[in-house]
Design a protein around this ligand. Structure first.
Ligand code: MG
Length: 262
C-alpha cells in the first residue's frame, strides 16, 4: 500500500505552518516541507490566476487521435510526467521560445485543480476532491522531448505552462470541452468523453503514486491538432463546461498568450 505521508493525519501537514520548520517529526520521520502556498515571482504576481501549486502533474497520450498524430501507441495506463511550477504564466504574458529548440508546440488541455488531499483515493473520492477547472497550455519543445530520454527539458522551460482563470468543478465532467486557437483559428477541439482515461481515474491513479495536495494542478492530456508556434503568434486555450456545470451555465476558463523569441 502507498504509505501516503508519515503521521497518519494528513491535515497536520497541510494546514499548519511549521512552527520551527524542523524536517522531522518527534519520531524522527522525515516530513514534507511546509505547504503554505507560495507566491509567484513578483513579476508575475499582478496577473497571476492562481497561487503557485506544489506540483503540476501531467498525463501524456490521453486522446487516441493525438497519440496517432505523433506516431505513438496508446499507453495501457496513464503516462505521467511533471512540469515545474516555475513554468506557470498567466493570460497575456508571453510564451518565450528558447533558442535551443527549433520546434515549440502548443497543447491545449483541461487542467484540474485539487481541493482536498488525495492519497490512495478511489475514483469517487478523487472526483469529490476536485476544486475547479482551468484552461492550460502544456507548451512543449517537441524536438527536445524526442531527443531526450526524459521530458523534463522539453516540457519545463519558463513560460511553458500558461494557466487561465479557475471555474467551478462541474457536476458532470463529461461535458467539458477544450478548444485551442492560434491567431484566432481553431486548431484543437477535444471533449472529456474522448479521453482514454477519465479524470477521476487519472486522479486516483496519481494518488497511488504521490499524494495530491490542495492547489495541485493536473493536466489531463491534449487532443489531436498540436502544432508549431512561432514568434508573433497568439495562442488561446479555452475550456468550457456544458450547461450542467454548477454556477454559470456558460462558465469558461480562457488563457491567451502572445509568443515571443526569448
Ligand atoms: Mg500535454
Amino acid at each position: 500500500m502507498h504509505p501516503c505521508l508519515p503521521g497518519g493525519d494528513l491535515s497536520v501537514y497541510w494546514h499548519q505552518p511549521y512552527p520551527n520548520r524542523a524536517d522531522s517529526d518527534p519520531n524522527g520521520i522525515r516530513i514534507a516541507p511546509t505547504l503554505t502556498p507560495m507566491s509567484l515571482p513578483m513579476s508575475l504576481t499582478p496577473m497571476s490566476p492562481m497561487t503557485r501549486p506544489a506540483k503540476i502533474v501531467c498525463v501524456g497520450r490521453n486522446y487516441v487521435d493525438h497519440a496517432k498524430e505523433l506516431g505513438n501507441e496508446m499507453p495501457s495506463e496513464p503516462l505521467l510526467f511533471l512540469k515545474p511550477t516555475s513554468s506557470i504564466i498567466a493570460a497575456g504574458q508571453p510564451i518565450r521560445l528558447p533558442a535551443v529548440s527549433k520546434r515549440v508546440e502548443f497543447e491545449g488541455e483541461i487542467g484540474v485543480v485539487i481541493g482536498n488531499p488525495l492519497c490512495d483515493a478511489s475514483e469517487e473520492e478523487a472526483k469529490a476532491a476536485i476544486r475547479g477547472v482551468v484552461a492550460a497550455n502544456d507548451v512543449t519543445a517537441r524536438d527536445l522531448q524526442k531527443s531526450d530520454s526524459q521530458w523534463t527539458r522539453g516540457k519545463g522551460f519558463d513560460t511553458f505552462c500558461p494557466v487561465g482563470n479557475e471555474i467551478p468543478a462541474p457536476a458532470g465532467l463529461q461535458g467539458l470541452t477544450v478548444v485551442t486557437r492560434v491567431n484566432g483559428e481553431e486548431r484543437q477541439r477535444g471533449r472529456v468523453a474522448e479521453m482514454a482515461f477519465s479524470i477521476p481515474m487519472i486522479l486516483a491513479y496519481i494518488s497511488r503514486v504521490m499524494t495530491l495536495e490542495p492547489g495541485d494542478l493536473v493536466l489531463t492530456g491534449t487532443p489531436a491538432g498540436v502544432g508549431k508556434l512561432v514568434a508573433g503568434d497568439e495562442v488561446e486555450v479555452e475550456v468550457t463546461g456544458s450547461p450542467d456545470v454548477q454556477g454559470s451555465p456558460t462558465a469558461s476558463s480562457r488563457v491567451r498568450n502572445p509568443v515571443q523569441d526569448r
